[in-house]
Design a protein around this ligand. Sequence first.
Ligand SMILES: [Zn+2]
Length: 515
Amino acid sequence: MERQLHPNRLGGQWLIMSSPSYTVIIGLEVHTQLKTKSKLFCGCANEFNPDRPNTQTCAVCLGLPGALPVMNRHAFDLSLKTALALKCNIPHFTKWDRKQYYYPDLPKAYQISQFDLPFSEHGWLEITNDEEGGPVRRINITRAHLEEDAGKNVHDESGRGGDSGVDLNRTGTPLLEIVSEPDLRSASEARRYLEEMRTLLLFIGVSDCNMQEGSLRCDANVNLHIHNDDGSTTATPIVELKNMNSFRNVEMAIDYEVKRQHREFQKTGKTIDDSSKVTRGWDAERSITFAQREKEDVSDYRFFPDPDLVPVVLTESEIEAVRETLPETPAVKRDRFQNQFGLTEYDASVIIGQGPEINAYFEAVESACGDGKIAANWVTQDVLRDLNASECGVDDFPITSEILGTLLKWITSDRLTNKSAREVYGALKKKAESGDMISVTDVETLAAEREIVRDTGALETAITAAIASRPDAVEDVKAGKLQAVGPMMGMVMKQVGGADPKEVREMLIRMIQES
Ligand SMILES: [Zn+2]
């Protein structure tokens, strides 16, 4: 009986306490396709090309007898760049190993990978805390290693029992595997880690991270540490989750798995010692995980050094040469945006999270108008909204950074109100939508028509007329009801388009009080 097996965990009345009775333990394996022209060990094109299967293959990636692989140095350098951005140690010696298994999409029946001496290890990636404004969380990276990808089995998904095929276009393309320590403590944290990883990979330009095309994939190792009443903990069996093709799915699958493991443990009491690692797939349609297979042991793969490839020996200066190509990382940029421009952490994260192109756009607007906060407001609100609506990339966006920067310069130099600037922005958009080219000259013309009127003579005349026409409101203002200036303000603004509302309001109140 379960009660007797686990008297402290199950059924007892003091167990109704609702404090969290377990800690969630998550480690992630991220696979990213590197953006190279050719594959890892041959000259075939490295391109996503599902419509023309088996057109990007050769004797080497097909594993034909006598074919010999040669390492793609660019792929290795991109991996090195990633590992350096993740603060990994780079040993000066690394080698290639064969991982043996049979699968239809693996014609050689082994994969060239890295076993005991990966090219990098012991790094970290910082992510934001679950609690807003909490300290950053440092997630340790166990290792990153480079390997060749397998091909793809293509099944008839119509359910009509058509043939399955094998597409070997992907066979042998460079795949970087980044393995984290089991440092993540919640599904939302796992998602933030993935988002931060993706942003980093995009910024350093090593991958396009397209999850739909499979150039960014993730497996999650999940288990629970159950807190026992005597203060000890019991670990549940580790489950490896697969088939999660979006960050949202990763988060949902982990959440589901945590609850499932807790229920399972309450039912069976099975611990990590009772079961080897199991693979479970995520069924996105039904929002459940399902058992796939017992995981192979590392020894099942019979790793051994690949005799066809020479080991890679690196000098310190070669490592430094790659380090010098590293751009500012997203984390450093986020800090700089907050310190240099006074952006909130949220705004900085939104801009950086949009990727390098939006980021470059923002920086160009900032440098044109000289005010990071105003630039951030416009980019995060107006520009992102319009980009999403039009589904076009920022490079095709008609309101270029130069045009927006010019417009915002009118605000920062106090010559245009925010409201008028939005009118100009709308007019520019309209012109672009009708197919006309828009330019900086258009901005200057439209803005000049709405320039804040500094002619206090004209303002005074309009205000005097407004005061004279509304003696009732004037009494109210004098009596302290300042909101009564509203209708008079409207009259003045109508008369002197381009007047600064703030200035009009101040002048109105002052002139009423002096009258
Ligand atoms: Zn090839």
